[in-house]
Design a protein around this ligand. Structure first.
Ligand SMILES: Nc1ncnc2c1ncn2[C@@H]1O[C@H](COP(=O)(O)OP(=O)(O)OP(=O)(O)O)[C@@H](O)[C@H]1O
Ligand SMILES: [Mg+2]
Length: 217
């Protein structure tokens, strides 16, 4: 069960619905169908955000596919508790049709895990086959959400972003610093990638701060 599905996850679910609405409004001018989720550093919540976002979009009655494009540190299969013996890597070498390899999580959400790590992950993501695969998916899904490695460590997410309509940059509250955010943003902009927006992840919600009492000064 993902966080947005948990009975205790009402605030998280509400936050993801807000993100969904923002994406839908941003899509009025430009269609954000293929979206890369990345962050400057490891462990800032890319997989957490991409999986909960994909499910929230699917709950909004859109057809969604979530793909683990982080060959180096795949984790979508763990979050969704499915096997990772076959996935994107096998699709790219043309061994199997994606329809045979995808896993159905719910009526509207399909998942493709990373599969085996290719000898050169960046090259696999840069390939013509990857481009062609995304184009096929555009005809089948409303949203294609791509989980990816950190921008400041490897070039994979930059490469992937050139095939997408937009990128969401995840930054972690109290961890990612200003310089890292700036550098990651510049690296994406330098190759003309459309950064749709940033998500400030893992904010500690202090319930006292948000409550308001009459007569309080
Ligand atoms: N907002 C959040 N609330 C609770 N737990 C979170 C949140 N964001 C991330 N986590 C947890 O923090 C850990 C790291 O998050 P996650 O795996 O999503 O990061 P990542 O950026 O994908 O890391 P990597 O660079 O290793 O791929 C995970 O255990 C995840 O469940
Ligand atoms: Mg991850």
């Amino acid at each position: 069960m993902l966080e947005v599905e948990k009975p205790s996850g009402a605030i998280i679910a509400e936050s993801f619905r807000t993100i969904k609405t923002n994406i839908q409004y941003s899509s009025l001018d430009k269609n954000y169908q293929v979206i890369v989720v990345t962050s400057p550093n490891p462990g800032e919540g890319k997989t957490f955000i991409s999986s909960n976002l994909a499910l929230t979009l699917a709950q909004g009655n859109k057809r969604v596919i979530l793909i683990d494009c982080d060959f180096r540190k795949p984790s979508i299969h763990r979050r969704f508790k499915v096997s990772n013996t076959l996935g994107l890597s096998e699709i790219l070498v043309g061994e199997d049709s994606f329809k045979l390899l995808l896993k159905k999580y719910s009526d509207n959400l399909d998942i493709i895990t990373s599969g085996h790590m290719p000898p050169n992950p960046a090259e696999a993501l840069a390939s013509e086959r990857m481009y062609a695969f995304i184009e096929v998916l555009r005809n089948e899904y409303d949203y294609i959400i791509l989980d990816s490695p950190p921008v400041l460590f490897v070039s994979d997410s930059q490469i992937l972003s050139t095939k997408a309509d937009g990128v969401i940059l995840v930054v972690k509250c109290g961890k990612t610093n200003k310089e890292e955010i700036k550098e990651a943003y510049m690296r994406l902009k330098s190759i003309n990638v459309n950064v749709i927006g940033a998500i400030l992840n893992a904010i500690k919600i202090d319930s006292k701060k948000y409550s308001y009492k009459y007569g309080e000064r």
